[in-house]
Ligand binder design. Structure first.
Ligand SMILES: [Zn+2]
Length: 216
């Protein structure tokens, strides 16, 4: 399981875990709580890593779900030293070695109060259906477009914006009205130019958020 690789890597980087339970393996990296969820039955082989929310002017990893304090899933379940109950938190969905490397660099920068680096989502490779190999079309390489400029870093949603969205949406998922597992969703995804404005944010529960992600 990929989560075991993540735990092993964190062990090397941050020393012995300070708590190992059936639900979590928790590390204290500097003063920062880092929790790997071990109770999650993963349909795909991803590791779920919880971190404290970064300062307002610092970027959020592309692979993060963002949870407000008080009412998100984080309000107690995965609390740990350095990742306190009721504080806003990030849940990172880590799926590749490249993402894991970025996450380690991110945590290390976080613990030393350095500028946080970007954590990029690894593009997921679509598999060709059998029998489609012969349909590749030769093209002139000169017709290939120039590379796009590097996408802007994703910034954390300011707390004032979080509060306004929370109030507007009544502290419940806008799709199914659940009050559990809530996180902030970008209506236009950040990767497509969506911004951290009240208009572009909504509250979704984690199942609705994940099913939206699968539709895109
Ligand atoms: Zn929902």
């Amino acid at each position: 399981m990929f989560k075991d690789q993540v735990i092993e890597r964190f062990h090397q980087e941050f020393g012995n875990p300070d708590r190992v339970r059936s639900k979590v393996t928790a590390f204290n990296a500097g003063a920062l709580g880092v929790v790997v969820q071990t109770d999650q039955p993963n349909r795909e082989d991803a590791a779920f890593v919880w971190l404290p929310y970064p300062p307002d002017d610092q970027p959020v990893p592309e692979i993060a779900l963002e949870y407000a304090g008080d009412s998100g899933r984080h309000s107690g379940t995965y609390a740990s030293a350095g990742l306190e109950k009721g504080q806003p938190a990030l849940k990172l969905i880590v799926r590749s070695d490249a993402e894991l490397n970025d996450v380690v660099a991110y945590i290390k920068a976080h613990t030393s109060n350095a500028t946080l680096p970007a954590v990029k989502a690894t593009p997921r490779v679509a598999t060709l259906e059998a029998g489609t190999e012969g349909t590749l079309i030769p093209v002139d390489l000169n017709s290939m477009p120039a590379p796009k400029p590097v996408a802007p870093r994703r910034e954390a949603i300011p707390r004032a914006v979080q509060r306004e969205v929370w109030q507007r949406d009544g502290g419940a998922c806008v799709e199914c009205a659940s009050r559990q597992l809530l996180c902030f969703d970008h209506i236009v995804p950040f990767s497509l130019g969506g911004s951290n404005t009240v208009r572009n944010l909504q509250l979704l529960c984690e199942p609705c958020n994940l099913s939206k992600g699968n539709r895109i």
